[in-house]
Every structure is written in structure tokens, then in C-alpha cells.
Design a protein around this ligand. Sequence first.
Ligand SMILES: Nc1ncnc2c1ncn2[C@@H]1O[C@H](COP(=O)(O)OP(=O)(O)OP(=O)(O)O)[C@@H](O)[C@H]1O
Ligand SMILES: Nc1nc2c(c(=O)[nH]1)N=C(CO)CN2
Ligand SMILES: [Mg+2]
Length: 201
Amino acid sequence: MRAYFGYSYKDDYYSALLLNMKIKNDFVEKLNIIRDKRVAVVGAGPNLVSVNKISEDLVISADGATNYLYEHGIIPDIIVTDLDGISVFPEESIYVVHAHGDNISKLYKINNMKIVIGSAQVFPFGNIHLFGGFTDGDRAVILAKLFKAKEIVLYGMDFDSGYVGKYSKPYYEQNLPANWVKRNKLKIAKQIIEQVLSKDL
Ligand SMILES: Nc1ncnc2c1ncn2[C@@H]1O[C@H](COP(=O)(O)OP(=O)(O)OP(=O)(O)O)[C@@H](O)[C@H]1O
Ligand SMILES: Nc1nc2c(c(=O)[nH]1)N=C(CO)CN2
Ligand SMILES: [Mg+2]
């Protein structure tokens, strides 16, 4: 995947090192709140705007989707983010922050978060976990599965329209046609989510 998108292993590692230095305590056991819950996983697809109520027991938002939920009075229990979509920082949420070579300049955002669990796409070390997955949305589904959700319900996931939802980035003013990178990220996300949801772990 790294070679396919042209990402640098060295930069991914450097970002993970910096994130690890910023995290003083590992809060991973807090993810046990997922166990036996009906979990909503919310993505930032164009269809996110039709969501105004979530009735599952627990909400996990993927990056940019957090901003929409927050505007609509829904505070995610868990926020999975690579830091480029999120611009609100609810105090009580648990943040699973993913370090990679292209978000080094955004790592300062974790200063706004109280409970941070670190993840990265290099061999795990210190307070850095490797849960698997690729985009924030599929990593959120993986976490729900790994930590034994009773049921996983998806919102704001649209892998087929070819459009990126406007909530994907704080500076988007409308849904946008997906470029090559985003189209392929969404293709991978779709495959991972389908596989994970079809398996009993
Ligand atoms: N059409 C869509 N547009 C954007 N996100 C979508 C869409 N359908 C599903 N998603 C899911 O919503 C998640 C949150 O969207 P966002 O664009 O903030 O993600 P991201 O993984 O942080 O992407 P990026 O690589 O652009 O930082 C994505 O990771 C993806 O799994
Ligand atoms: N270096 C790098 N790694 C990633 C990136 C990215 O933009 N840069 N995006 C991802 C999924 O959104 C996952 N991993
Ligand atoms: Mg992002």
C-alpha cells in the first residue's frame, strides 16, 4: 500500500516517533467500552448529511465526520483520526490518532485532546499500536470488531458515487469528485470493511 501511493517509510516512522513522544499514557484499555455494544461507525461520505439521529449504544466517528456530528449535537464516544479532517475536539471523546508521513505538521492537534491512543503504519512500539486497516473509516470498523462490538452499523459511507463528502476536510465547501488517490483509498476502505464485517473474529 505504501509503495502504491508513494508514501515514505522513513516519514511514516518519524511521524510515529513524534506521536509516541507526545503520548504519556497508553489508554488502549479504554477501548473496552466497545464490548457487547451496538456500535455506529460514521464516515464522511456525501450521504453523511442525511444523518440526524443515531440510535446505537456507541458512536465511533472517522475523522472529518466528527465535525458534522458535533454540529448536530452528537458527541462521538471514540474518534479515529489522521488529524487532517477534524477541527473540533470534544473533551470527553477517546481519540485514536494515526501518525503517518503526511500529517507530521498536524500532530500539534493532539494538544487539544485528553484521552489519546496512538496508532501508526509501522511496527508497533512504546505507546504506538498497529490495529490494521488503512483509512480512518475502515480502521474504525476494525476497532469495533477487535474490541468485540455486538453489532456494527455504518453511516456516511459511500464507496460508489465517486464523490468525497464535504465534511472530509474542514476547508471543503461542497462534495467533490474524488481524485485518483481518494478513489483508491475509498476502494481499499470498501474492501477492508466488507471483509471485516463478513468475518467472525
Ligand atoms: N465518499 C466518501 N468520502 C469520504 N469519506 C468516506 C466516503 N465514504 C466512506 N468514507 C469513509 O469516511 C472516512 C472519513 O473521511 P475522511 O475523508 O475524513 O477520511 P480520512 O481517512 O481521514 O481520509 P484522508 O486520507 O483524506 O485524510 C474515510 O476514512 C472513509 O473510510
Ligand atoms: N503517509 C501517508 N499514509 C497514509 C495516508 C496518507 O495520506 N499519507 N492516508 C491514509 C488513509 O487515509 C493512510 N495512510
Ligand atoms: Mg483524514
